[in-house]
Design a protein around this ligand. Sequence first.
Ligand SMILES: [Zn+2]
Ligand SMILES: [Zn+2]
Length: 391
Amino acid sequence: MPIINSIAAMKEEMTEWRRDIHAHPEIAFEEVRTSDLVAAKLEEWGIEVHRGIAKTGVVGVLKGRNGGEGSIGLRADMDALPMEEENDVPYKSQNPGKFHGCGHDGHTTMLLGAAKYLAETRNFAGTVNFIFQPAEEGHGGGRVMVEEGLFERFPCDEVYGMHNWPNLPAGEAAVVPGPIMAAADQFEIKVTAKGGHAAMPHLCNDPVIIAAQMVTAFQPLVSRNTDPLDAAVISVTQVHAGSAHNVIAEEAMLAGTVRTFKPETQDMIEAGMKRIAKGICDAFGAGVEFDYQRGYPATVNHEQQASFAAEILADVLGADKLHRDVAPVMGAEDFSFMLLKRPGAYLWLGQAGGPSACMVHNPRYDFNDEVLPVGASVFATMVETRLSAKE
Ligand SMILES: [Zn+2]
Ligand SMILES: [Zn+2]
């Protein structure tokens, strides 16, 4: 079962939707125009629409024409990034400082394409929930939807999400069981000491040299304390201190990110960093404020749902176009909050070969419209297979 014919025939229409969304990007929880557009289309196709979940989130509910109790959730993200677009295309971002640099314009369009097809055919038994979430880029719209009762209001036996993946050619895809994206935490550490004249260091207690010890002392938590077959990252990405070449500062600030796949590794690193920060400051007689915030949890695919998704991808794309052996990446994704509540899987849909040849979050990135019918077909085939009338 390759790409569904009537979805392939919608390619031009879907391209228009995608470019319209691209030209009007909106960032976290401000997706007003985008969610209006999504809701209007779903309503036009006779899909029951619920709005205002996680502020700008939209859920469309569609029942098949064959009865049935089963339910499936399909999720797309709608938000753009706070960055400038460098593409010179007719549908270039009209909102300064905002840009669909992660392809969520494409994700929204692919789910709309599946919704339109499924609303016309309704050739399934049970309920499909089309989940359009806000604020994936760092603001946890997925978490807010779950906290606001997404799965209580719209029961889903399983939930699936899809992200375009520029590392794979268009027409190919990947899905693996287990961890696929990392947990992303952030930390901020303030070292307070005694400043003074830079020519008289013996009268001071230099916070810069203390903070510098900390930067190197954190790394053995990865190289010595993390199982070599597990993975972790500690990146100190900010160091701030001082105001003049001849003044020893009173304060130094370090900040950065920690990425892990396993909760036990995450716990070990958080505790270890705190112990090291406090220990070094104690040893040098300085004060310390240690702040560690947990962000998105790791995105972990459920085994059975990952193999179901693989079957569908092999059906739609051809078995030779499916990668079952890709390595996870240390980026993070807030679909993880949905996967903590419901079994499901997160897939990568190849999209290289289009107008841009770069990774997401690059100012020259642009979603490849060739894959719009592919993603929509994958979503629709999932519903027709999982909620098959024969079951
Ligand atoms: Zn992104
Ligand atoms: Zn993204």
